[in-house]
Design a protein around this ligand. Sequence first.
Ligand SMILES: Cc1ncc(C[n+]2csc(CCOP(=O)(O)OP(=O)(O)O)c2C)c(N)n1
Length: 355
Amino acid sequence: MADGVAVPAALDGLAVAGVAAVPASATVPAGVTTPDSLDLYRTMRFIRRFEERAIDLVRAGEIFSGIHPCIGQEAVAAGACAALDPDDIVLSSHRGHGHLLAKGSDPGRVMAEMAGRVTGIDKGRGGSFHPSDFTSGVYNATGTVGHGAGIAAGIAWAAAKAGEPKVVLSFFGDGAVTQGALLEGFNLAGLWQLPVVYICENNRYATTLPVETAVAGTITGRGEAFGIPSSVVDGQDVEVVHAAVAEAVARARSGGGPSLLEMRTYRYHGHHTFEMLVRLRYREQAEIDAWKERDPLDIQAARVDAAARERVDAEVERELDEVVRFAVDSPRPDPADAMDHYYADGFRPRPGVSL
Ligand SMILES: Cc1ncc(C[n+]2csc(CCOP(=O)(O)OP(=O)(O)O)c2C)c(N)n1
């Protein structure tokens, strides 16, 4: 594990100021296994190439609805999920492919879901935006920005009541911190000391809205207001992310309550692949280029053996060939089944009530 990295002067003024102060002290807590640096690199490489392949499928018309790529933000998903146990729960968002893959979802079934195929994790009903995968512990990503924070508190409360040692990791963007529902979730998590780790992926934009034009005060201040230990983390460095999340997870698991971690990161692509068609002028190319100077894959690649990294890159390509083949070759749902799988097994709406 690295001891943390200094933030280059080139990034001053891009809202990463203050990042260096936090990761330097982020160390993996005693008793927690340190992930292998090459494994972390592999997860990030897999997420990036998976999404690049998915963008190809959008262009080819195999994925109809487009996607929200997390390219550039891979260190957050990879580092955070590496700090979880298989039984822990992840609440994701509309930008959730990286969370699913890092938590252990079957990549072929995730791609098939994005392509609307019956072999997908939600039988092709959830698509790229609203996936859930109960086998890997990734619960439904609601389309309503900010609402996952309350659902996370509810799941954590239920687990605590049941005496299960689960931790819930709730991902959301900087746009979500302006939603009232998120503060309701923070309040309950703080009040009842629930085992939730809130992770804000501050990629600086909510669709086209820059964070500094939308968010009053600070993001961490919102956690502190509810008595939740809150800190800013360098979201470009997967080992720093892992150490910070591992510390928060250990505290939550031992009854120490919630945490809020604001990960400073950046998305290279548009908000959604519709930006491939429409050039939205809300950020300068120079800003994108400056963030690419601290690309999360490059930071991690410098820590691993070059030959091992090349081997991993080749393995990832071979695996993704299979993933894409599986998704594209899988059948689409039969329109006659359109109303199936709306409800949880065993649940039926009351007669006369339409939900
Ligand atoms: C309550 C609510 N308001 C608006 C929207 C429309 N919307 C979808 S994604 C998005 C931007 C979210 O930005 P952020 O939370 O920063 O996440 P990011 O897209 O950057 O990952 C918005 C406004 C929504 N889905 N829900």
